[in-house]
Ligand binder design. Structure first.
Ligand code: ATP
Length: 370
C-alpha cells in the first residue's frame, strides 16, 4: 500500500443551530455552519470565544444545549465520541512513552482489532515522513516529530473528519511555520475534512481554505483568507486579522460606483462594492501596507485618496519593511508600512508627509462606530 490509499473524500460537517450554555454563561450562540467535504476549515478567535467548545461538541466530548450536528449527512448529535467518524489532535500530544513510535500509531487499530495494524501504522508514518524512526521511543524525537506522530495516530484509522485543537501551540515559531506547511500538504494528500481551531491568525490564514472568525460565541465573518483580510466587515475582524487604520467618516454623496465621504474635512472616496453601509456616519479602513508616503503633495491623484500633510512621529525598521506612524491633524495617528526601499530618500522622524492610497483599497464596515 502507498500513502495514496489514504486519499478519501472526507465528509461534510454541518452544525445546525448549535448552542452551548454553561450555568450562567452562553459559550456558543446559535451556530449554523456548513463545512464541505475535503476542506481545511479554521475556526479563529481570541481566547474564550467558544472555539474549543464548538470543537468538543463536534467530537462528542460536550453535549450541545440545542441544535444538531451532522457528519456526512448523518445526525450524530446523540452519538458517543467513539461512534463518530472523527479524530482529534490536541496541543498536548500525549504519546505513550514506553511504546515505540510504531506501537503508538498502531495502538488504536489493535484495540479495535483492525486487520494488519502494523502495516497500516507504517503507512501512516510514511505519510508524515517518519517511518525511519518507527522503532524509537517518543523521548528520542523532537517536539515537531512527536506532533507528526500524533497526526499519524489520528489519521491511521481514517476518520472522515479530523479535528485539530491548537495542535502546533507547543512548538517554537520556526517549527510551527514548517509544520503549518506540512499539515496543509498532508491534508491535501489525504483529502480529509480538517477543522482547525486556533487563536493564531497567521496560522489560520496560511493553512485554511476557509476561515471563520469567532467572537463572543458567534461567527463574525467567514470566507477565504484573502477575502477576510481585504474586506473585513467588522471592526473586530479588521483588527484581529492584521493591522488597520480605521476612520469615522460621513457619507456626503456618491455616483453609481463610488461614494464620497468627509474625513475631518478631507473628501475621500470608496467603492460601493466594498462597503457594508452606504449612508450616514460609517467606519472605513485601509491596511497600513496600502498607504504610500510622499514628501510633497502628490500630483497624480486620479483614483487615489490623499491625506495630509501630517508629521512622522515614529519610525521602526523591521527588516522587510519600515513602519511609520504619521500624525495627521484632525485625524490622529495613521500607520504606514512601507516595503518600497527604493522609492527615493526615506522619510524620517519629524518630517512633513502626505499619504495616498488607491480608492479601491478602502473598505467600509458594518459597525457604525469605532
Ligand atoms: P481558548 O483558546 O482559551 O481555549 P476558546 O475560544 O477555545 O478559548 P472555550 O474553551 O470554547 O474558548 O470557552 C468559551 C467560554 O466558555 C469561556 O469563557 C470559558 O470560560 C467557558 N467555558 C468553557 N467550558 C466551561 C465549563 N465547563 N463551564 C463553564 N464555562 C465554561
Amino acid at each position: 500500500m502507498d500513502s495514496n490509499s489514504y486519499a478519501s473524500a472526507g465528509a461534510d460537517l454541518d452544525l445546525v443551530g448549535v448552542q452551548k450554555r454553561f450555568p450562567g454563561f452562553t459559550a456558543v450562540e446559535e451556530l449554523d455552519l456548513h463545512i464541505p467535504a475535503g476542506s481545511f476549515f479554521a475556526l479563529l478567535g481570541p481566547s474564550g470565544c467558544g472555539k474549543t467548545t464548538t470543537l468538543r461538541m463536534v467530537a462528542g466530548l460536550e453535549d450541545p444545549t440545542a441544535g444538531r450536528i451532522l457528519i456526512g449527512g448523518e445526525d450524530v448529535t446523540a452519538h458517543k465520541p467513539h461512534q463518530r467518524p472523527v479524530n482529534t489532535v490536541f496541543q498536548s500530544y500525549a504519546l505513550f512513552p514506553h511504546m515505540t513510535i510504531l506501537e503508538n500509531v498502531a495502538f488504536g487499530l489493535r484495540r479495535r482489532r483492525v486487520s494488519s495494524p502494523l502495516e497500516r501504522a507504517h503507512e501512516a508514518l510514511r505519510l508524515v515522513e517518519l517511518d525511519h524512526v518507527a522503532d524509537r521511543k517518543p523521548a528520542q524525537l523532537s517536539g515537531g516529530q512527536q506532533q507528526r506522530v500524533a497526526l499519524a495516530r489520528a489519521v491511521v484509522n481514517r476518520p472522515a473528519l479530523l479535528l485539530l485543537d491548537e495542535p502546533l501551540g507547543a512548538l517554537d515559531l520556526k517549527l510551527r511555520r514548517q509544520m503549518q506547511q506540512e499539515l496543509k500538504q498532508i491534508q491535501q494528500e489525504v483529502g480529509l475534512t480538517f477543522l482547525h481551531v486556533t487563536h493564531d491568525q497567521e496560522e489560520a490564514m496560511t493553512m485554511a481554505d476557509t476561515v471563520a472568525v469567532m467572537n463572543k460565541g458567534r461567527i463574525e465573518q467567514m470566507g477565504a483568507p484573502e477575502e477576510l483580510y481585504e474586506l473585513p466587515r467588522t471592526v473586530f475582524v479588521a483588527n484581529f486579522l492584521g493591522k488597520s487604520n480605521l476612520f469615522a467618516v460621513d457619507v456626503t454623496g456618491g455616483s453609481d460606483q463610488a461614494l464620497q465621504a468627509s474625513l475631518a474635512g478631507t473628501t475621500i472616496s470608496l467603492l460601493r462594492s466594498r462597503t457594508e453601509r452606504e449612508s450616514g456616519s460609517i467606519t472605513v479602513g485601509v491596511r497600513p501596507e496600502k498607504l504610500r508616503l510622499h514628501r510633497q503633495p502628490p500630483t497624480d491623484t486620479a483614483g487615489q485618496n490623499v491625506l495630509g500633510p501630517g508629521r512622522i512621529t515614529d519610525v521602526s525598521f523591521i527588516g522587510v519593511s519600515t513602519e511609520y506612524t504619521v500624525d495627521v491633524p484632525g485625524i490622529g495617528a495613521v500607520e504606514v508600512f512601507s516595503q518600497n526601499v527604493e522609492a527615493g530618500p526615506a522619510a524620517g522622524l519629524g518630517d512633513e508627509v502626505w499619504l495616498s492610497w488607491h480608492v479601491e483599497h478602502t473598505f467600509g464596515l458594518a459597525d457604525d462606530r469605532l
